[in-house]
Design a protein around this ligand. Structure first.
Ligand SMILES: [Zn+2]
Length: 377
């Protein structure tokens, strides 16, 4: 298994040497410690029901669809939920092995509702805006990944049956914008069409129940102006990256600058960075240039192991941020590096607070955001 710990999928499709982190913290990815910490879909449901029961005036659990294995897809609504109140949708757990994202979603939910009890400013924001938190959008894959982690470590896709007796689609390659666009390299283009590959994009755009449910939710909630897709697979030499559309290999001008307030992505990256952290802070970067950012952040370590590549050679087609941006949302991806690998990859409360600052910044900016405009896709 040494080879697979050496090279691990960067969650938006970049192959990346996470061995750096492994060298720093030996034994970090013990499957048993992850299983003890992370939630199955059933355990998640118990927790979100408890939160909603404790805060019936603030939190509502929405059921937006079902998976092939009959797991329900839940969205937590915090704030008024009125159709005319602008909203941000925060998505967690598209990739089945990124269990930390679900923990983060619950931590952010609790932070928002608990702090709002005590801080008038937050309560005030939540009266003007709505935040939708989708804590686990790939429950079939996550349950599978947790069920027998030694047999299938790092399962990424969902569990829908595919051709050649394979299972699963990479949900973040299945969205219907630039789904069939060329990616940056021939090998990646071949891989996303291979049903056995962890990055398999599916037989057609929105072929999967999970992406269908999210598409329906976004299209039926015109109050959603912003979208943040959280991924928790980043490497440890930096706190992480804020990824802006587009992810695919084309050279289109990124829409984030147009759809978000001018400086918002940079401000968001700054808000979620922790200055006491010795690692490099979050940086906002166009998603298909993540490779270049990584080399820039740690040139001495990464240049020898990154293959000779154009900056966009690991571009990704069919991603959530590209589809939502194409539908007029201010869209960002967040790649979060693990805060405290020593403690079984469990998130520290400080990280949740850091990330909460970013959400509050987005909520504040929403009140000044013009109506969302559709521009195709
Ligand atoms: Zn991911």
């Amino acid at each position: 298994m040494m080879a697979s710990t050496f090279w691990r999928q960067f969650r938006l499709g970049l192959t990346f040497p996470v061995f750096l982190a492994s060298l720093a913290v030996p034994g970090v990815s013990s499957a048993s410690s992850e299983a003890a910490v992370f939630l199955t879909s059933g355990q998640l449901k118990v927790q979100i029901d408890q939160i909603a029961a404790a805060h019936p005036d603030k939190v509502k659990v929405l059921d937006i669809g079902q998976t092939l294995n009959n797991s329900h897809l839940y969205v937590l609504q915090i704030g008024t939920g009125k159709p005319n109140t602008p909203a941000v949708l925060a998505l967690f757990g598209q990739h089945a092995d990124e269990h930390e994202g679900t923990n983060l979603a619950l931590g952010l939910t609790r932070w928002l509702v608990d702090k709002a009890e005590n801080y008038e400013a937050i309560a005030n924001e939540l009266n003007k805006v709505t935040i939708y938190i989708a804590p686990m959008i790939n429950p079939d894959g996550m349950d599978y990944d947790l069920r027998d982690p030694d047999d299938h470590p790092g399962w990424r896709k969902n569990r829908s049956p595919q051709e050649n007796a394979e299972f699963g689609v990479d949900l973040n390659r299945n969205w219907g914008a630039f789904w069939d666009a060329p990616t940056g390299s021939k090998s990646l283009s071949a891989r996303i069409k291979d049903s056995a590959d962890p990055n398999y994009r599916g037989s057609r755009p929105f072929s999967e129940k999970e992406t269908q449910a999210l598409r329906g939710f976004v299209l039926s909630h015109s109050n959603i102006r912003m979208f943040v897709d959280y991924h928790t697979g980043s490497a440890n030499f930096m706190q992480g990256a804020v990824l802006l559309p587009y992810s695919y290999g084309g050279q289109a001008v990124p829409s984030a600058a147009k759809l978000c307030a001018e400086q918002l992505p940079d401000q968001f990256a700054s808000a979620i960075s922790n200055r006491e952290d010795s690692r490099k802070p979050f940086r906002a970067v166009q998603a298909n240039r993540m490779n270049a950012l990584a080399v820039e952040q740690s040139p001495a370590l990464l240049k020898p192991v990154m293959w000779a590549a154009t900056p966009t050679s690991n571009a990704s087609s069919g991603t959530a941020i590209d589809w939502t941006a194409s539908n007029g949302l201010c869209s960002m991806g967040v790649e979060i590096s693990l805060r405290n690998p020593q403690s079984g990859r469990q998130l520290e409360s400080r990280l949740i607070e850091d990330q909460s600052h970013g959400l509050l910044l987005l909520l504040e900016s929403l009140t000044a955001k013009p109506e969302r405009e559709k521009n195709g896709g």
